[in-house]
Design a protein around this ligand. Structure first.
Ligand code: SF4
Length: 323
């Protein structure tokens, strides 16, 4: 059945000149049919630069919105419109706007895991792979509001010894890793290299040998001669890690959850069947108003410019848009 479905998806993709982009947290079968697999920055860049008329993003909705904002003329599809994110749910627009208005002089740095509306009231976006270069580009005298992930914000504030005002949001998956269980696991595997995503709590990050985005963690597995790795990020990443290094033992960092898995329920809403249906019907598609596209593109394009090594201007103070 899967083989037939995979063949049907490939045929539809050809017929419709579509490109499939998948995040590392998707299931192995979805990663294997994708044209590109990557982290949120890579997918945003690939989506923006794609020459296909249709981009189907198998990830979560904010990732597909980012492609639409960067490339408004493309048709951007998602397999399941409900594939959201706890960081999006934890940052409602009205409350975020009030917080932003309390600090009009600050630069609002916003994690890409946010709604298009939040991006529209932000100065610059970051992903976990470029967050350090984004923060480093902000003049020292400017204060910083960082949201919606408090753990990534705390990690950056500590790394740069730079105070930041943090929004109290978190990734419901990465905060499940247990620091005490990781401690026990490390004692049992003293030679293992511990890899952690910066959305994890500080208790995990303090024990990690490498903290970084999914791409950074993959690179470490690829290049580090160690034979054991303990991994504190979503389980979907293991598929590419196993492909890269079939010779190593990959151990999931233990989680405080009854299923014992580090499983993002939003990413896992996507299936091959839904991908096939989305390509066939060209629904669900991302639709954002022209005004929202323009407003959100400012912070997202500023991130792209900094990532491409360009110099950017910073606004003196925040002026709330009429949304
Ligand atoms: S893993 Fe966490 S941050 Fe990523 S989509 Fe799932 S809930 Fe959101």
């Amino acid at each position: 059945m899967n083989e037939q479905l995979v063949t049907a998806i490939k045929e539809l993709k050809e017929q419709k000149n579509a490109q499939i982009l998948a995040h590392y947290y998707e299931t192995a079968d979805i990663q294997d049919i994708a044209d590109e697999v990557g982290d949120s920055l890579y997918l945003a860049q690939k989506g923006r630069d794609s020459e296909a008329g249709i981009v189907l993003l198998a990830g979560v909705v904010f990732m597909a919105e980012s492609v639409k904002i960067l490339s408004p003329n493309k048709k951007v599809l998602v397999p399941d419109r409900e594939a959201s994110c706890s960081l999006v749910h934890g940052s409602p627009y009205a409350e975020y706007l009030s917080w932003r208005q309390e600090h009009p002089e600050a630069i609002a740095v916003t994690y890409i895991n946010s709604s298009a509306e939040i991006k529209a009231i932000s100065d610059v976006i970051c992903t976990s792979s470029n967050a350090e270069s984004i923060v480093a580009s902000i003049p020292k005298e400017r204060s910083i509001l960082f949201g919606p992930d408090k753990n990534l914000g705390h990690y950056l504030a500590k790394k740069f010894s730079r105070p930041m005002l943090l929004w109290e949001g978190e990734c419901e998956v990465h905060v499940m890793f247990s620091a005490s269980e990781l401690h026990r696991l490390r004692s049992a595997h003293p030679d293992a290299v511990v890899l952690a995503h910066p959305e994890c709590n500080e208790g995990i990050l303090q024990q990690a040998d490498v903290v970084g985005s999914t791409s950074r963690l993959l690179k470490e597995v690829h290049t580090n001669p160690a034979k054991q790795f303990i991994v504190a990020t979503e389980e979907g990443i293991f598929h590419q890690m196993r492909k890269m290094r079939p010779d190593v033992e990959l151990i999931q960092s233990p989680v405080d959850d009854s299923c014992g898995c580090a499983h993002c329920p939003y990413m896992k809403l996507n299936t091959l069947e839904k991908i096939y249906d989305a390509l066939r019907t060209e629904e669900p598609k991302i639709h954002l108003s022209q005004e929202l596209l323009e407003l959100a593109s400012v912070s997202l394009n500023r991130m792209m410019d900094i990532t491409d090594g360009k110099t950017v201007d910073w606004p003196e103070s925040f002026v709330p848009p009429q949304l």
